[in-house]
Design a protein around this ligand. Structure first.
Ligand code: FAD
Length: 497
């Protein structure tokens, strides 16, 4: 039956932030894009705290930023942390100075069911064919490349869709990523478990920080406290993985006990009640193990978002990496389909940049954990870089390998530990300065090397989205590498960029 087999330029598996971003950016170039999504939207998802580069960078490039602005999400000016040496909470703001909040120095806290639906509908309006209730079972391949996918549609019929590129954006639960080859490597350092639920009537931080994420370290791990609306709060505890039995046994009891262990969160929830019905009614458990696939692409197939890699949620980087990788992959696909750049070169650029961005966050998060100390706590003792053996550091060096700054020191795991220690100390010092500063200036933090690295690429994407052709020309990431076109939609050789 010919209706059961169709041909597109790109088939995207999964309609989360990674898939919708890529689909919109490729469809807007006039290419035929099919998005196959297993669920019917709106559907629940975790990952509610965003970064400015998603909101003002990637989402401006896809054209969905105004829809997001109209949706009424909580504005997030930054993060407030009870973390590190300072006993009082300190606040990181996305603007360099507390008093100078620029027009793009905020992000949103989002109900993902709403946010993801806005992005998926926007992909549809951008020209992509979006089909919900369609679960992809496998890829179709030959000796040369991946040629398409097999899926079951909403009526239960088996179908095939062929395409020049299959993009796996199916998140962390799907197994499709295995078809790209290589191996999924898990980090020992970041293996933990999250237990989370929703509350009505929790307290808010004093203005102007009422929309901030509040992250609180305590002996068993750390809490997130995310204000989704004036009254609804997402609350989650991240704890050791060996507490799994305790948590799975009686989730309600486990969460109550963890909250009782953490004075600040207890205080914020003192007048609140847990939501017990609807999409927020259950207490959920997720492993938040960090991992990365050793290869992100093969001929005819690319991995984006959680299908490719995931890093610990403490700095809200998941949706940033998902949408940013969607943008990188879209540039590669747009350039190859238009014949501007050789496919292999275009895909190599995607992988190098994505890997670099992932490793920048990975390194930042190592520093983040390194700065909190608690003598009695197993959780925090295990989160010391120096307590990990060479293999963990070697895995990290492999990850950075070839795409980082090229410092010779990076080739040595021991040298890496030294550098991480120095960076962590510098970061902890900057936090200390911030916590004790009178004017709330963020300068010391933004100047510290791990923070400036982690904000660099995001601000570049924001500038590109805001200024288009007026933005400063980019430097290639690697000598002889590609740069983005003035409109941000393609890769070009550096000389003509
Ligand atoms: P997803 O959002 O998972 O979307 C994938 C889609 O693919 C889904 O809709 C799914 O239904 C569909 N799909 C799956 N299999 C198939 C198939 N076979 N066929 C068709 N469709 C399929 N990130 C943040 O930015 N901020 C946070 O505060 C944050 N907190 C987190 C807390 C925890 C405990 C965890 C575990 C993660 C957190 N994250 C956070 C990370 C965030 O959840 C993810 O990084 C993000 O959702 C990844 O987006 P994605 O588009 O890659 O995948």
């Amino acid at each position: 039956n010919s209706a059961r087999s169709e041909t597109f330029d790109v088939v995207v598996v999964g309609g989360g932030p990674a898939g919708s971003t890529l689909a919109a950016l490729v469809a807007r170039q006039g290419h035929r894009v099919l998005v196959l999504e297993k669920e019917f939207f709106p559907r629940y998802q975790i990952g509610e705290s965003l970064l400015p580069s998603t909101v003002h960078g990637v989402c401006r490039l896809t054209g969905v930023a105004d829809d997001l602005a109209a949706a009424g999400f909580t504005r997030k000016r930054g993060g407030t942390f009870r973390w590190g040496a300072t006993p009082e909470p300190w606040t990181f703001s996305f603007s360099v100075s507390e008093r100078m909040a620029g027009p793009t120095s905020y992000a949103y806290q989002v109900e993902r069911s709403k946010f993801d639906e806005i992005l998926l509908r926007h992909a549809g309006r951008s020209g992509a064919v979006v089909r919900e209730g369609c679960a992809v079972a496998d890829v179709v391949e030959d000796a040369e490349r991946v040629r398409g996918v097999r899926y079951t549609d909403a009526d239960g019929a088996r179908r095939e869709a062929y395409a020049t590129y299959v993009v796996d954006a199916s998140g962390n639960k799907s197994r499709l990523f295995q078809r790209v080859g290589g191996e999924r490597k898990y980090s020992e350092f970041f293996r933990s478990l999250a237990l989370f639920g929703y509350f009505e009537g929790g307290k808010r931080l004093p203005e102007p920080n009422s929309g901030n994420i509040l992250s609180v370290a305590f002996d068993s791990g750390w809490f997130w406290y995310i204000p989704l609306s004036p009254t609804l709060t997402s609350v989650g505890a991240v704890v050791r993985r060996d507490m799994a039995d305790k948590i799975q046994g009686d989730r309600e009891r486990a969460l109550t006990a963890l909250i009782a262990e953490c004075p600040l969160i207890s205080e914020y929830l003192s007048g609140a009640t847990r939501v017990t019905d609807g999409q927020y009614g259950q207490l959920r458990v997720r492993k938040d193990y960090s991992y990365h696939q050793t290869t992100f692409a093969r001929p005819g197939m690319l991995l984006v978002g959680d299908a490719a890699c995931f890093v610990d949620p403490v700095f809200s980087s998941g949706v940033h990496l998902a949408t940013y990788s969607g943008l990188l992959a879209a540039r590669s696909i747009n350039s190859a389909l238009a014949g501007l750049v050789d496919e292999t070169v275009a895909v190599r650029e995607f992988e190098a940049r994505y890997r670099r961005e992932y490793s920048v966050f990975y390194e930042f998060l190592l520093s983040f954990y390194e700065m909190h100390h608690s003598e009695q706590s197993y959780f925090w003792q295990a989160k010391k870089v120096t307590h990990h053996d060479r293999t963990e550091m070697e895995a990290f060096v492999d990850l950075v390998g070839g795409v980082s700054s090229g410092e010779a020191a990076l080739s040595e795991a021991d040298a890496m530990v030294e550098r991480l220690r120095a960076d962590s100390a510098e970061f902890a010092g900057a936090v200390d300065q911030l916590a004790h500063s009178e004017d709330g200036s963020m300068l010391p933090l933004f100047k510290s090397s791990v923070v400036s690295q982690v904000t660099r690429e995001g601000s570049q994407v924001q500038m590109r989205a805001l200024l288009g052709a007026d933005a400063e020309p980019e430097a290639p990431l690697v000598p002889g590498g590609l740069v983005s076109s003035p409109d941000g939609m393609f890769w070009l050789p550096a000389s003509s960029g």
